[in-house]
Design a protein around this ligand. Structure first.
Ligand code: COI
Length: 357
């Protein structure tokens, strides 16, 4: 694949900042967007030079491919303010790598490192005042790519648009989540796209999620598509359980589970701390047995948007599994503190996870 030979990002600044709309004490996820966005177009087998422009609407043909066939992918990354007030980004290279794995699976071109990383850096630098500094707040960075052929025949596109928009973020869930274990609908199956961050994975989850919300639950614990027995993910997050003294999360074999950056950070920190960690197939009946024996001690989702989302209870068929009070959870509470200290630059970055703007 050819790329633009020199990295040249043109910047067109907004005439009227909307920053006065940002209330740092009341930030709702995904409601408000920072002043600028990055756009780069791909055609004739190469990426054009990216541009930073004021955040605004796109004008697209109603025949644009992604609108019909879902050839679209995205990432979620966060920028934080360090103690000196400088923006820092958490593990963006890992998201860049995953973005390109998603792109390959969706027959989309790889986005070169310099466009993705320098684009992020320049955008966050320009909109640095939009990075909130309060505990639990951040600037959520949303790189995405759309297939933009004006063609409603079904074939992989040849025109693409890569963009980054950013949005101030506060806590994703306001309380521990109540979970329904899904035994009918399926999120991902072997050979499918479960490992990728393509739009269709999320679209297909809307109806089952709406149904469990109507039943009074917050989210779904997805199980495998063949036996409805092995745990996969929770909502849009990876999932962890503390069973006795061991923390267990589903392994990444089989293409059904997203290789979460938060997931990897958790595994790294727990292993370093000497906590017993297992990545392996996890059958739901093992969770039921552990709950009955009083060994289901902690359960939480892990993702960029929510970071660590404690689970209050799990319902599987007629079984109701209630977790102990969250104040008693050693692992999740330690992880919440530890991850925050690293992300906000309060603790030494021993892993090379912090990208300075
Ligand atoms: C993330 O944690 O970044 C996610 O994937 C959730 C997002 C779809 C809001």
């Amino acid at each position: 694949m050819n790329t633009a030979s020199t990295m040249d990002i043109s910047v067109s600044k907004t005439a009227q900042s909307r920053i006065s709309q940002l209330n740092p004490d009341n930030i709702q996820f995904g409601k408000l967007y920072a002043d600028h966005m990055l756009v780069a177009d791909y055609q004739d087998g190469m990426w054009g030079a990216p541009a930073i422009v004021p955040f605004g609407n796109l004008s697209l043909s109603p025949a644009t491919t992604f609108m019909h066939y879902g050839q679209a992918i995205f990432e979620g990354i966060k920028a934080y303010k360090d103690p000196q007030g400088n923006p820092i980004i958490f593990r963006p290279h890992d998201n860049w790598n995953r973005f390109n794995r998603s792109a390959e699976r969706m027959a989309m071109p790889a986005v070169p490192e310099e466009i993705f990383m320098e684009g992020l850096r320049r955008l966050v630098d320009l909109d640095r005042d939009w990075v909130p500094s309060g505990e639990g707040t951040s600037l959520y960075l949303r790189p995405f790519m759309l297939a933009t052929d004006e063609f409603i025949g079904v074939r992989p596109a040849t025109h693409f648009k890569f963009m980054i928009i950013t949005s101030p973020a506060g806590p994703y869930y306001s309380k521990p989540v109540s979970i329904y274990v899904q035994d009918k609908y399926v999120r991902a199956f072997p050979g499918g796209t479960g490992f990728a961050k393509n739009a269709g994975n999320y679209g297909a989850c809307m109806y089952p999620t709406q149904q469990v919300r109507e039943m009074g639950y917050d989210q779904i614990l997805w199980t495998d598509g063949i036996h409805h027995r092995f745990v996969q993910e929770i909502g849009t997050m990876n999932v962890f359980f503390k069973l006795g003294d061991t923390v267990v999360t589903p392994d990444l074999n089989g293409d059904t589970i997203l290789a979460g950056v938060t997931r990897d950070s958790i595994l790294t920190l727990l292993r370093e701390k000497g906590v017993k960690v297992e990545e392996r197939p996890l059958p739901i009946d093992e969770l039921e047995a552990a709950a009955k024996e009083g060994k289901l001690l902690e359960a939480f989702g892990a993702g960029t948007a929510a970071s660590i989302a404690p689970i209050a209870d799990l319902t599987f068929e007629d079984q109701h599994m209630k977790l102990p009070p969250i104040e008693t959870w050693e692992v999740a509470n330690w992880l919440i503190q530890e991850l925050a200290a690293i992300r906000y630059g309060r603790k030494e970055d021993r892993h090379g996870w912090i990208f300075r703007v």
